[in-house]
Design a protein around this ligand. Structure first.
Ligand code: B3K
Ligand code: ZN
Length: 845
């Protein structure tokens, strides 16, 4: 296995003036003819990437090349510089087998339809090419096939029966290439851009799915308008196509002018999709569309720079969702996701910086760190320079780098140029792994509050030293009567230890710290429960207010996990939340949803303890029951008050009410053994309520009839049945979940080669904390068994799911031994993929 290093990047010695591809599609034997016009721009041989190709011919300027040049197995085709003129056309004819392509990388079949996935290095499975993001070219693509709809990137230039030609004038790297051929139907609209260009919009789905694609299309229109308003970015082709496919390794892909989506992020009706699904559809449609500028027009020089496009595009989609819905609620959700996924990654054996310096398999680096932490880093830059300068900086970035393949250095430089700041120290956020731990000590005397902050980052794999970073600390001060005495102020911490002074204060205030979650750090401070309650009741910053409640809940849950009766303060705080719940139902729902078992384990581990998954589970159940018992009348009243007046609307208001209803239901469920949940399940008018109720019924062990009813109703709908497969292992009582998952895995409709179905069942079990971490190792064994089965079929999805094991080091010796043994069995598998090998090796290190 070869490790790739950032330090080894060298410019490609050729420019491509034009890439022409011709496809003769056939499931078992697709012919690909290419003509690539190269022009020398530097010294060196011509190196082309290819993998799994049956090469029929190669030529330079129509002179056939000896096929003896082909590399023995995989790897690059190298044509010596001496054999090449300054300008030449390289031509190849290859044959590939889309039907055999179960890895879903390159050209493959999904339900009889041809489609592609080329990021990061899938194009080399299609033909010989410089498969690296810094080699950009305009593409012309001819497709011959008997499939009725034939699509590729750019604008259509010709179409006849059985043939279509597409031209994409915008130079792009091969990873943005796409082709689709199938029996598809479009729902369509038109969009007129700021400068008056009329664009045809199509969302392509299977015949019959058209009524489920409307929300995706509307979301696209909103995204296009928002990008014009917020960033001044216009679309640049005559058509924008989105295609939904059932077999897809991740969420979606931003191919130029032809986005390909996992069908679960396109298809939605009130009966089949939850509020969460709708929100994700809107967010991901936005994300892929926003890539047109941040990713496609300006792309990455090499894959180490992945966060350049992903961090920025996540930041943009978060802003978009915030603008379409509730900015405060969106921010809190994003903070929760960051903590649950990225902090977890940063604290374990897979920790890496947003810009890694080495990798074996780049597909293993599409991580929460590259994406979500990358977005946080941009949020910090924006906070440091301010909104106006942020917009100016982005204008400069688009202006200066349009059409280029760029680096994180280019990105930092535009901020330095507009702000006049030296961002050398700030850049550590990109190059250093690990989550800084920020501690705050307070000193109060004579009307002066002195805050002393310390920052510390634990060593991460390969990075023992952690110099201090720039940490923007947004804070406010709340007086003892609840009034804000200092509005949000941003302190810039640059040292390992630093003090800040606030003078002339009448009475000792409470610090509202890290407002808006101004930096991706963990916080340790001395704070009394009364102060937390004060913040929860009066803080003007929604994030800090939610955090205060969340901390109270976590303290109680940590106490319960240790076997104490903790939780009285949290219980009192809940009373206030319930009183006020109707003013902002979505916010109240966030406060009423207890932190999950995984987060409790993380908190205990951060305090130097070994988490006991069974005690965590039991303690959380007990606290939930106590809270429900103490507040039953208020919870029941709210649960009814939040009933949907109909008609269903997947907007912030409607979903906020439903989330509050379900949060109340989840608590009451501990008292009535599923009685209310059953009533709601039967009466549900939408999937949000139906799924929420079903989850409660499973947790209560009263699910037999509901599950049968659900399967009866939705048995024909793959996406809905994925939910059915997911909620059972996820919500089942920990001591029964593994057995249940095994039963489900034995069903004929457990179509495990479909990534959505696999993730639903195996991922569902892995997300059931106490079940996955069962003391007897049965959870680990089950997941490992299935990863071993999937690896030869689909390495990408397998490797990604090995992250279930990344928290292994924090558990007790018995569990660690079981987890290690499971991972070692995977490592010993004959022919294990490079993807999975890299992950397992890093976790075991
Ligand atoms: N850029 C793609 C992800 C590709 C993942 C390759 N393993 C989707 C996105 O981030 O928008
Ligand atoms: Zn992306």
């Amino acid at each position: 296995t070869v490790t790739q290093y950032l330090a080894d990047w060298r410019p490609y010695p050729f420019r491509i003036a034009r890439t022409r591809l011709e496809f003769d599609l056939a499931p078992r034997a697709t012919r690909v003819r290419s003509r690539i016009e190269f022009q020398r721009i530097g010294p060196g041989d011509l190196a082309l990437d290819g993998a799994g190709l049956k090469t029929l011919s190669l030529a330079i300027d129509d002179q056939p090349l000896d096929l003896g040049l082909l590399p023995a197995e995989g790897g690059q085709l190298v044509i010596p510089a001496a054999d090449l003129p300054e300008r030449f056309t390289f031509a190849a004819e290859v044959e590939i087998d889309p039907e055999a392509n179960t890895a879903l990388e390159g050209l493959y079949l999904s339900g009889g339809m041809f489609c592609t996935q080329c990021e990061a290095e899938g194009f080399r499975h299609i033909t010989w090419y410089p498969d690296r993001p810094d080699v950009m070219a305009p593409f012309e693509v001819a497709i011959r096939s008997d499939q009725p709809v034939l699509l590729s990137n750019g604008n259509p230039v010709a179409a006849g029966p059985g043939e279509a030609v597409w031209h994409d004038p915008w130079p792009k790297p091969a990873y943005l290439f796409a082709l689709v051929a199938g029996d598809l139907r479009a729902i369509s609209d038109r969009f007129t851009t700021l400068s008056g260009r009329s664009v045809a919009l199509n969302v392509w789905v299977r015949p019959g799915d058209e009524p489920r694609a409307g929300y995706a299309l509307e979301s696209l229109v909103r995204a296009m308008r928002w990008d014009e308003q917020a960033y001044g970015r216009e679309y640049d082709l005559d058509v924008f196509n989105i295609v939904a496919v059932d077999d897809f390794n991740m969420g979606a892909m931003e191919n130029k002018g032809l986005n390909i989506f996992n069908s679960k992020l396109v298809l939605a009706t009130a009966e089949t999709a939850t509020d969460g699904d709708y929100e994700r559809i809107e967010g991901v449609i936005g994300h892929e569309y926003f890539h047109n500028w941040t990713g496609n027009r300006i792309t990455c020089r090499d894959w180490f720079q992945l966060s350049l496009k992903e961090g920025l595009t996540v930041f943009r989609d978060q802003q978009f969702t915030g603008a379409m819905r509730s900015a405060a609620v969106k921010r809190i959700q994003d903070v929760q996701t960051l903590r649950a996924r990225q902090f977890r990654e940063d604290a374990g054996p897979l920790a890496h910086p947003p810009r890694p310096d080495s990798y074996q398999e780049i597909n293993n680096f599409y991580t929460a760190t590259v994406y979500e932490k990358g977005a946080e880093v941009i949020g910090m830059l924006k906070r440091l320079v301010g909104d106006d300068l942020y917009r100016k900086t982005l204008d400069l970035y688009f202006d200066r780098h349009d059409g280029q393949a760029c680096t994180i250095e280019d990105w930092i430089k535009v901020f330095e140029d507009t702000s006049g700041r030296d961002l050398t120290q700030f850049k550590r956020w990109y190059t250093d792994a690990g989550t800084p731990r920020l501690t705050m000590a307070e000193d109060w005397r004579d009307g002066t509050l002195t805050l002393t902050f310390r920052q510390e980052t634990a060593p991460t794999p390969g990075q023992p030293e952690k110099p201090p970073r720039v940490i923007p600390i947004a804070l406010g001060l709340i007086g003892p009567n609840g009034d804000e005495v200092l509005p949000t102020t941003v302190l810039e911490m640059t040292e390992a230890e630093q003090s800040f002074r606030f003078q002339g204060l009448g009475a000792r205030p409470v610090v509202s710290l890290l407002r808006g979650f101004s930096a991706p750090v963990t916080v340790a401070r001395e704070i009394g429960v009364d102060q937390q309650a004060l913040l929860l009741a009066h803080d003007t910053d929604a994030c800090a207010r939610w955090q205060a409640g969340h901390d109270l809940a976590l303290d109680a849950l940590v106490g319960r996990a240790r076997g104490t009766e903790a939780g009285a303060e949290f219980g009192r705080a809940i009373a206030g939340v319930l009183d006020d719940a109707e003013t902002d139902p979505a916010f109240a729902a966030l406060c009423l949803s207890l932190p999950g078992e995984e987060e409790i384990a993380t908190t205990l581990a951060a305090q130097g303890e070994i988490p006991d998954p069974d005690a965590i589970h039991a303690g959380r159940e007990a606290l939930a029951r106590d809270i429900a018992a103490a507040h039953e009348p208020a919870l029941a009243r709210l649960c009814d008050a939040m009933a949907d007046p109909g008609p269903y609307r997947p907007d912030a208001e409607g979903s906020g009410r439903r989330s509050l209803r379900l949060a109340c239901l989840a608590l009451l469920n501990r008292l009535d053994a599923g009685a209310r949940a059953e009533a709601l399940f039967d009466a549900a008018g939408n999937m949000t309520e139906r799924q929420g109720a079903l989850e409660c019924l499973i947790a209560a062990g009263r699910d037999t009839r509901a599950l049968a009813d659900f399967a009866q109703r939705f048995g024909e709908n793959r996406l809905v049945m994925d939910k059915w497969f997911m909620v059972q292992p996820l919500r089942a009582a920990p001591d029964r979940a593994v057995a249940r998952a095994r039963d489900l895995a034995a069903r004929p409709d457990f179509d495990w080669k479909n990534p959505n179905r696999f993730r639903a069942l195996i991922g569902g079990l892995a997300a059931n904390h106490a079940a996955f971490h069962a003391a007897d190792g049965s959870g680990y064994d089950f997941v490992a068994e299935w990863l071993m089965r999937l690896d030869p079929v689909n390495p990408q999805t397998t490797a990604r799911m090995t992250t279930a094991f990344e928290t292994m080091p924090r558990y007790d010796a018995g569990r660690r031994a079981h987890a290690r043994a499971a991972l070692q069995r995977i490592a010993a598998l004959q022919g294990l993929s490079r993807n999975t090998r890299e992950m397992v090796t890093r976790i075991l290190a």
